[in-house]
Design a protein around this ligand. Sequence first.
Ligand SMILES: Nc1ncnc2c1ncn2[C@@H]1O[C@H](COP(=O)(O)OP(=O)(O)OP(=O)(O)O)[C@@H](O)[C@H]1O
Ligand SMILES: [Mg+2]
Length: 285
Amino acid sequence: MIGRTPDTIVAHRPLKDGVIADYKVTQAMLSYFIDKAGGKIRLFRPEVMVSVPAGITSTEKRAVIEATVRAGAKAAYVVKEPVLAAIGAGIPINEPSGNMIIDVGGGTSEVAIISLGGVVAWDSVRVGGDKIDRAITDYIKKKYNLAIGEQTAEEIKIKIGSALPQKEKESIEIRGRDLINGLPKTITINSNEVTEAISDRLQDIIRAVKNVLHKTPPELAADIMNKGMVLSGGGALLRNFDELITQITGVPCYVTDEPLFCVAKGTGMALENLEVYKKSIMSKK
Ligand SMILES: Nc1ncnc2c1ncn2[C@@H]1O[C@H](COP(=O)(O)OP(=O)(O)OP(=O)(O)O)[C@@H](O)[C@H]1O
Ligand SMILES: [Mg+2]
């Protein structure tokens, strides 16, 4: 609905940059999810696990726990997203060996080295799919004087976006509003233009990867060189992003299975094996 509503309907984005932007709407959303997962008639209030960005502040964390409890949870566990992504990617996080995960979501990108169930080094940037979309919008506005919506920008990224320039360019037709005469207009844009448009944002994410590599103790760095870095989150689906990261860092990077569902799968696995993970990964309220 975003970008398409009449005056009588308001489309909200409860979360922005990975944290709560609208408290009331977030609470309503959580309560909807809890009902949906548990059924309408419930005898007990459920325990709920929520993934949060590794760089969340304590105030933001408190707001997540409070919103979850108000939405009907008996207890709320908050776990750092890269840890859940690692579990979801099938990485044995409790072993004494270093694993590196790069999770590129909509609002944030999280990079972490995990060993013995805990985060050893990490970095988080508030750059993800949303900012990549915005970079496409800005590029088209500047180059073609054309205003496009958020959804169109995301569609361009998903259909033809690539982190590296391609020999065989792909193109698509897009529609928007001409900024000079105010009328609808159609243009064709190719994949190499998209690569150019999003390159700075991808560099922001890769800078976080480099930061974490710099902070990694030598034994763990050796493990990571051997095993490679795991790329998860919806952003992992951007064509050639793993390749670009490998080229720039010199450390092999590969995309996990079903990157979009990695964190959700990991959360399910952590909940099912609460005893195994309880000590290492979470704080509860
Ligand atoms: N094929 C694709 N190519 C590039 N990006 C994609 C593709 N499919 C989805 N995305 C992007 O992935 C993002 C959503 O990823 P994901 O579901 O991992 O984020 P999230 O977990 O909701 O966000 P966050 O982790 O920041 O809280 C969106 O920005 C979406 O545009
Ligand atoms: Mg995510």
